[in-house]
Write a protein that binds this ligand. Structure first.
Ligand code: NAD
Length: 453
């Protein structure tokens, strides 16, 4: 581990990765590596937790390809020196922003979208000119192994390398000195990573989780709202960090909403043995979810196939904020539906929980939409849509406070792995002598005037 960090430091200090053409070449290499091994990548993840080829390509690999293509297209512009205005006191100087790569970076991935959540941060790091040590989640073991095999046989160890392992390996890695740590995972482990980074004053990006609400107002387009919400919730069997965790629905349409949810689930043919319905990642999570299903409150679903590690899409009703299911991120195919009479009170209830990664508003009413978007704090989200904002690489992606620190994708990712130097450059043929002694009241009054411009 130490040896690889050392190799990466030497590589970084050689300045090779500061060259934009080098970075682009590496990104092209990554793109063709993934494309030419797509079948093997799909097979690995299907073996790990039953994710279908369709979902792997649509929700993981294409997201990474898109990020790479966008980066290749715009990297020169992102990395360009940017002129900014200069204040009069510094006449005749000019000011500019220059980006530099932070250095040797550590990326720690989560299991639920193992390719996307490991490789999209790596794209940002490479774009910025950093070297990368990637530690994918150990839970999908085959997925982690194939990333290690492909990347470690393609890239220079000093530039981009995968280290596999679980808690012990990550703990050891966090003792090393990095110039940047990018972590995706739970808020609990996020704290551990943040503390370790603080010891070395290493800048971090934390992509964490939380309970992302969806508001449904009485005037929404009910059919489309339910269609989009049900897809977003049960995608990856609810194991999506930005999945709507629970729904706040106007009591006036609650019953209709619940019935429409059931119609939609039936229409989409979800079933416990469906090859396209993703499994729960492991027995521990299956057990955790089964405890959250309060049988008295099940409106639809609730069935579990223990052997197949599968939970039927489940709608729960008559839920209150005191129920166990409202205490933590659900991260599974259980959807609590909570009715409200007063939108202000509903917003206050949502605000009593830690700030979420996402928030969704389904409403035709401009005033309600504005109110929710303004008054609820969240990382990113959607109006009349859920989850899809992640596919727009121009939208910075990340959380706020307990759901995360920092944003990435596209240019935001490039900046996350860069240090932006602010530089003032002055010629030597002129000097405004006001700052030099002997100091006087006249000089001070001129300085005051100059500060106004
Ligand atoms: P996790 O926190 O259990 O694990 C994430 C990573 O941390 C793994 O690589 C794991 O090996 C490592 N790790 C686990 N315990 C550790 C410890 N004690 N010390 C050091 N490292 C440790 O998270 P997970 O189960 O893989 O993912 C689920 C969580 O991630 C959910 O909360 C979800 O919301 C969140 N998530 C967030 C995003 C995002 O983009 N914000 C994306 C996906 C998942």
């Amino acid at each position: 581990m130490q040896e690889i960090v050392q190799l990466q430091r030497e590589f970084f200090n050689s300045n090779i990765s500061r060259d934009i053409s080098f970075r682009k070449e590496q990104l092209r290499n990554l793109l063709s590596l993934l494309k030419s091994n797509e079948a093997e990548l799909c097979e690995a993840i299907h073996t790990d937790f039953g994710k279908s080829e369709f979902e792997t390509i649509a929700t993981e690999l294409e997201v990474v390809y898109k990020d790479i293509r966008k980066t290749l297209k715009h990297l020169h512009r992102w990395a360009e020196e940017r002129r900014i205005p200069t204040n009069l006191l510094n006449f005749p100087g000019r000011s500019y922003l220059r980006s530099e790569p932070l250095g040797v970076s550590l990326i720690i991935g989560a299991w639920n979208y193992p390719y996307q959540l490991s490789l999209a941060p790596a794209v940002a790091a490479i774009a910025a000119g950093c070297t990368v040590i990637l530690k994918p989640s150990e839970l999908p073991a085959r997925t982690s192994a194939i990333m290690a095999k492909l990347i470690n046989t393609t890239f220079d160890k000093g530039f981009f390398h995968v280290i596999e392992g679980g808690v012990e390996v990550t703990t050891e890695l966090l003792k090393q000195k990095f110039d940047k740590i990018f972590f995706t995972g739970s808020t609990r482990v996020g704290r551990i990573v943040y503390e370790a980074a603080a010891r070395q004053l290493t800048p971090v990006t934390l992509e964490l989780g939380g309970k992302s609400p969806a508001f449904v107002t009485h005037d929404c387009n009910l059919k489309m709202t339910v269609k989009r919400l049900i897809w977003a919730k049960f995608l990856n069997a609810g194991q999506t960090c930005i999945a709507p965790d629970y729904v706040m629905v106007d009591n006036g349409i609650k019953q209709k909403f619940l019935e429409q949810c059931v119609r939609e689930i039936i229409k989409r043919n979800y079933s416990l043995d469906d090859q396209n319905y993703v499994q729960i990642i492991n027995d521990a999570n299956l057990e955790r979810l089964s405890v959250l299903i309060d049988k008295e409150k099940v409106f639809f679903g609730g069935e579990i196939d223990v052997d197949n590690r599968s939970v039927m899409p489940t709608i729960l009703t008559e839920i209150s904020f005191d129920d166990a299911i409202m205490k933590d991120e659900i991260f599974g195919p259980l959807l609590p539906v909570i009715g409200y009479d007063d939108l202000d009170k509903a917003i206050q209830q949502v605000r009593s929980l830690p700030r979420p990664l996402s928030c969704y508003v389904f409403s035709k009413n401009e005033e309600s939409r504005e109110k929710i978007l303004n008054e609820v704090s969240f990382g990113g989200g959607g109006v009349n849509e859920a989850v899809m904002h992640i596919t727009n690489m121009d939208l910075p992606f990340g959380g706020v406070g307990p759901s995360g620190i920092g944003k990435y994708h596209g240019e935001a990712g490039f900046r996350e792995f860069s240090n932006i130097k602010g530089v003032l450059s002055k010629p030597t043929w002129f000097e405004l002598n006001l700052k030099y002694s002997p100091l006087s009241k006249t000089k001070l009054s001129w300085i005051r005037r100059f500060f106004k411009f």
